[in-house]
Ligand binder design. Structure first.
Ligand code: KG4
Ligand code: ZN
Length: 343
């Protein structure tokens, strides 16, 4: 066990997808800076993230983003107790840029290095949003690459109850948005269009996985939307984009909320949290909040800026590794397919 100083100050770096981010976090809960340089404008031209372009942009921006992260926090390298970085899962090129930057800084300064799991980061955003939150609780992690229903038994200790068998929830949002002409990134655009639509206009299927209570399947729901669009076009029926967006969103939200509700009932959970980019969705936040209130569970959800990719969440997760003495060597590598609970 590491001897704990009064305050533990961590510089965190995140570059697993299309956001170059740096943040300084104190004691895992207090965010001094949260700099995020988004590449959305470039990837929008291609309808999705182009890994090679993402890597190049991370390379161009990372030094400046780290400098801004420190400056905004009013800190210098001398003030740091550790340097944390996302080392997986994610895109290998983008991950390598962050990992290399963190290792370079650690090697040059002698400041300890902590490799962080990206999904642990998303879950930990809840510790920042709600400073009194402590495990155990359950968390639904819904992002562009992941859909996991997780029991957080303790800091850094997870049991996965269910996961997607095909597309991630965010991926389904992105694909449907592209088909209905809303473009990239699909989630926020569907969220916005859905506000003008009727969620009950079209009855899309609620995906189920046979024999598994908590696993998810979104590819059938996505195909149902595509079939609906094709059939409507063939029949010459004008497509009402807000209605399609609202009905699809409702179908996804219904599935996520019902799985979460079942877990709360079966495990007698008192606390339930949301995490990941899709947790920024207004209908999902409202649906979860209502369901948790009905079941008597306390509901937690970070503000949207801490739901989508950021480095503050990585700094929070790293703190709980720091106090356990879990440091990484300079042989830390990017692990694109890193699983939750694996180190
Ligand atoms: O967590 P995140 O920023 O990156 C990954 O780790 O994947 O999640 C990005 C995903 C994208 O699929 C994006 O469309 C989705 O989160 N997203 C949303 C919303 N904001 C972002 N999905 C639904 N509604 C939103 N408001
Ligand atoms: Zn993410």
């Amino acid at each position: 066990m590491t001897e704990i100083k009064k305050e533990v100050t961590i510089l965190a770096i995140e570059s697993s997808c299309d956001e170059t981010a740096a943040s300084v976090v104190v004691d895992g809960r207090k965010v001094l800076s949260n700099v995020i340089s988004s590449q959305i404008d470039i990837h929008t031209l291609y309808g999705g993230v182009v890994p090679e372009i993402a890597s190049r942009k991370h390379t161009e921006r990372i030094t400046q983003v780290i400098r801004e992260g420190l400056e905004e926090a009013g800190k210098t390298l001398e003030d740091l107790d550790a340097i944390a970085v996302t080392y997986g899962p994610g895109l290998v090129g983008p991950l390598l840029i962050g990992v290399s930057a963190a290792k370079g800084l650690s090697f040059a300064t002698g400041i300890p290095l902590i490799g962080v799991h990206h999904i642990e980061g998303h879950i930990s955003a809840n510790y920042i949003a709600e400073p009194t939150l402590e495990p155990p609780f359950a968390c639904l992690v819904v992002s562009g690459g992941h859909t996991h229903l997780v029991l957080v038994r303790d800091y850094g200790e997870y049991e996965i109850l269910g996961r997607t068998q095909d597309d991630a929830a965010g991926e389904a949002f992105d694909k449907v948005a592209r088909e209905i002409g809303l473009g990239y990134p699909g989630g926020p655009k569907i969220d916005k269009a859905a506000r003008e639509g009727d969620p009950h206009a079209i009855n899309f299927p609620r995906g189920k996985v046979a024999g598994s209570r908590y696993d998810f399947s979104f590819s059938g729901m996505k195909s149902a939307v595509l079939n609906y669009l094709n059939t409507s076009r063939m029949k010459g029926i004008t497509i009402n984009v807000p209605d399609v967006a609202a009905s699809f969103q409702q179908a996804v939200v219904d599935v996520l909320v019902s799985h979460a509700g079942e877990a709360i009932g079966q495990y007698g959970l008192r606390k339930f949290a949301l995490a990941g980019g899709v947790a920024a969705n207004s209908a999902l936040r409202a649906g979860m909040k209502q369901m948790c209130a009905e079941k008597g569970a306390e509901f937690f959800c970070p503000p949207p800026i801490l739901c989508t990719d950021n480095a503050a969440m990585i700094g929070s997760a790293a703190y709980f590794e720091y106090i356990k003495g879990n440091f990484s060597g300079l042989d830390l590598n990017a692990v694109p397919g890193l699983r939750l609970g694996q180190r």
